[in-house]
Design a protein around this ligand. Structure first.
Ligand SMILES: Cc1cc2nc3c(=O)[nH]c(=O)nc-3n(C[C@H](O)[C@H](O)[C@H](O)COP(=O)(O)OP(=O)(O)OC[C@H]3O[C@@H](n4cnc5c(N)ncnc54)[C@H](O)[C@@H]3O)c2cc1C
Length: 285
């Protein structure tokens, strides 16, 4: 590696990134990049270290949303009172990303930009109705998170743009959220299936239902048929069974080194069933 740029201001980082002469790759915690460089025997000519940019860190409440800087670590997210109050499913999943060494380094922006279909924060952000603020040479723009992943490992980032922060609507009084992740082990495992639910439950009825799923398609996806089935319903055991069957039927996962398509569909159905039972406040048998 020949050059490492360490800007302290976001504007400086964008200038460096937009300058083709630098050819710099943005790095944050480097927990994905170091593994990729090692396995491909690559070394970048120049890197742009984002961790020194204060504007990319921290968790605030602003304009009706929780704003999480892209370079905020999963440890900070998992321990944040604000995230626990407004996005508990995100706090929960933050505590399952690798072990504490990884959680101390890994950032939410890196998880999103790496764009793995198995990235654990991605389905949660879909379920929470998140937005991303992207910063580039033309200034900032906001994109709905569900429009960000445009294909397998493809994103809506334009050349010279960075993810600046994630915006999550503040949770209302009736908000309900849940997330379940299944891997080979209970800890330190890449997801075979991950699914998250976000909705409101005024009077026990499910409204504004959003379900995000990962590791079942080339990108994280919303389960729109299952969402439509649940919308406006009072959850019970029968609805939970039907929602599980619907979810299993609306994805086309693949067989790969971590699992089979058949297992993924089955597990997804069971997890969705469990989340609906959770929403009904019933013990999960
Ligand atoms: C042992 C181990 C266990 C792991 N376990 C899990 C797990 O359980 N779940 C999981 O989801 N992941 C896991 N990961 C993967 C990884 O830790 C996460 O994806 C992490 O969030 C990546 O963040 P980072 O800051 O390290 O990103 P980096 O490696 O620094 O960067 C990743 C990509 O994002 C780009 N990037 C970074 N920040 C920005 C930004 N602000 N704007 C634009 N582009 C940016 C980089 O250019 C690069 O392409 C694991 C990795 C390891 C090594």
């Amino acid at each position: 590696m020949s050059v490492c740029f360490r800007p302290e201001r976001l504007e400086e980082a964008i200038e460096l990134l937009a300058d083709p002469a630098t050819g710099a790759i943005p790095i944050a915690g480097c927990t994905d990049l170091l593994v990729q460089w090692h396995s491909r025997r690559e070394r970048p000519n120049a890197v742009l270290d984002l961790l020194g940019i204060e504007a990319l860190r921290g968790i605030e409440e602003r304009d009706g949303a929780l704003e999480i800087g892209a370079c905020t670590s999963f440890r900070t997210i998992g321990e944040s009172e604000r995230v626990l109050r407004h996005a508990p499913a995100l706090a929960e999943i933050a505590g399952t990303i690798g072990a504490w060494q990884i959680q101390n380094r890994a950032t939410i922006g890196g998880n999103i930009a790496n764009a793995s279909p198995a990235g654990d924060s991605l389905p949660v952000l879909l379920a929470l109705g998140a937005e991303l603020v992207l910063a580039g040479p033309a200034g900032e723009r906001t994109v709905a998170y569900e429009a960000f992943h445009t294909g397998y490992r493809q994103t809506a980032l334009e050349p010279g743009e960075l993810i600046a922060r994630v915006r999550i609507p503040l949770a209302g009084e009736h908000a309900f959220g849940a997330v379940h992740k299944v891997g080979t082990r209970c800890a330190q495992a890449i997801s075979k299936v991950i699914v998250a639910l976000g909705c409101d439950r005024p009077g026990g009825r499910l409204t504004g239902v959003r379900i995000g799923a990962g590791s079942v398609a080339p990108t994280p996806v919303r389960l729109r048929e299952t969402e439509a089935l649940l919308e406006g319903q009072i959850p019970d055991a029968d609805l939970a069974e039907r929602a599980g069957a619907c979810a299993a039927g609306e994805v086309q996962p693949i067989d790969d080194v971590r699992s089979t398509a058949r297992y993924r569909r089955w597990v997804l159905g069971r997890l969705v069933r469990r989340m609906v039972l959770d929403a009904a406040g019933r013990r999960v048998p």
